[in-house]
Design a binder for this molecule. Structure first.
Ligand code: PLP
Length: 414
């Protein structure tokens, strides 16, 4: 996926950086170098403006009002749903449900789909590189239903063992829930063939797109996934907004998740009838500003072009990998053939957290620890890693700062 497209253009990274006010920050007397993009990306001015414009000009609750402000807010909220539909290639806008993020999307499916479809003895298949949010909801479901959670092993290079995957699939497999891009390793999983194989045994597939939606082209119809989830804040949008995509027939057949306003058609004390998609799964007042600003984030991505972004990020990944490998005692964890722009590493005899603190003292933000993938860390027999994850506004010069910062940190620790 990190292949260079021959038609791609060179982005003006300087101009892009100017759109991100936070990149002017000074941290510990040094210009900020922000390499924690897999945790959350920074926000362009257009996203910040969309939030402030909504609250300054047309703040109102959606769908229920007849006044002008409510109509304007509803129109902007629904325009964002259409933008998401186009961004992921969904067939119908009703298949796009606003959530608070990836975590809520997975919990919604585990709760609503899971409780209706999983019985004792059924098997749910996840992988050894899942984020906790794609482990724990399934564990809870399995415990409740006496179902069995099975795990596809991870190979030494950070790829999934597809041979094991095919062996684990069987008539009892009811759900395959897989991350498209690992947040800890950067691995891009071959989800299309994974989905095809799951469908052959009649299983439903959920793809965790938390890390992929920002880097890869997403086409849920071509992928043929049954559910796809992602978070706005990892693709230059705000926190507290995310998306659950589900195939219409599956969402329609599922029971409701949360009860409350908006998700109902009619309520009496005796019984309630439920609203149609997508509102059936959007109980209560949603994050209206967040949804509206998500469209601004998608516009930002679309304007730059994912091909162009990938080309730039591939150069960052290649350069960072080569520079890091020179450092004595450093091991990169995750060397999959297909990776996004993220490098996880350990250094012999040094605790990742110490490196993180010493880099922060130089204004460099990296993530250290288990990255919410404790079973994966156990698989590699490590407590955690240092993770540098790159976004479109990062530069090769910033990688030089990281490398110099690492040498300095190692000198201090020796
Ligand atoms: N899945 C993956 C692969 C992630 O990287 C993350 C966040 O880091 C999540 C799920 C959870 O996302 P959120 O905290 O936005 O719900």
């Amino acid at each position: 996926m990190i292949l260079t497209n021959p038609t791609s253009i060179d982005l003006d990274i300087g101009a892009i950086r100017q759109q991100f006010p936070i990149l002017n920050r000074i941290v510990k007397n040094k210009p900020l170098v922000y390499f924690d993009n897999a945790a959350t990306t920074q926000k362009p001015q257009s996203v910040i403006d969309a939030i402030s414009h909504y609250y300054s000009n047309y703040n109102a609750n959606i769908h229920r009002g007849v006044h002008s402000l409510a109509e304007e807010a509803t129109a902007a909220y629904e325009a964002s749903r259409i933008a998401v539909q186009q961004f992921i290639g969904a067939a119908f806008s009703e298949e796009v449900i606003f959530t608070t993020g990836t975590t809520e999307g997975i919990n919604l499916v585990a709760y609503a789909w899971g409780r209706a479809n999983i019985v004792a003895g059924d098997e749910i298949l996840i992988s050894g590189m899942e984020h906790h949010s794609n482990i724990v909801p399934w564990q809870i479901l399995c415990n409740e239903k006496n179902a069995i959670l099975k795990v596809i092993p991870v190979l030494d290079n950070g790829e999934l063992s597809l041979i094991d995957y095919h062996n684990l699939l069987g008539p009892k497999t009811k759900m395959v829930a897989i991350v498209q891009v690992s947040n800890a390793l950067g691995t891009v999983n071959p989800v299309k063939s994974i989905i095809k194989a799951a469908h052959q045994v009649g299983a439903v597939v959920l793809i965790d797109g938390a890390q992929s939606a920002v880097h890869l082209d997403i086409d849920v119809q071509d992928m043929d996934c049954d559910f796809f989830v992602f978070s706005g804040h990892k693709l230059y949008g705000p926190t507290g907004i995310g998306i659950l995509y589900g195939k219409k027939n599956i969402l329609e057949s599922m029971p409701v998740f949360q009860g409350g306003g908006e998700m109902i058609k009619e309520v009496t004390f005796e019984r309630t009838t439920y609203n149609e998609l997508p509102y059936k799964y959007e109980a209560g007042t949603p994050n209206i500003a967040g949804a509206i600003a998500l469209k601004a984030a998608l516009d930002f991505l679309n304007d730059l072009g994912k091909d162009n972004i990938r080309k730039h990020e591939a150069a960052l990944l290649k350069y960072a990998t080569a520079q890091l490998e020179i450092i004595p005692g450093l091991t990169i964890i995750g060397k999959a053939r297909e990776k996004v722009s993220l490098v996880s590493f350990i250094i012999k005899g040094v605790h990742p957290q110490d490196i993180g603190v010493l880099l922060d003292n130089q204004g460099i933000a990296v993530r250290t620890g288990h990255h919410c993938t404790q079973p994966l860390m156990e698989r590699f027999d490590i407590a955690g890693t240092v993770r540098a994850s790159f976004a479109v506004y990062n530069t090769l010069a910033e990688i030089d700062v990281l490398i110099a910062g690492l040498w300095k940190a190692l000198k201090m620790l020796s």
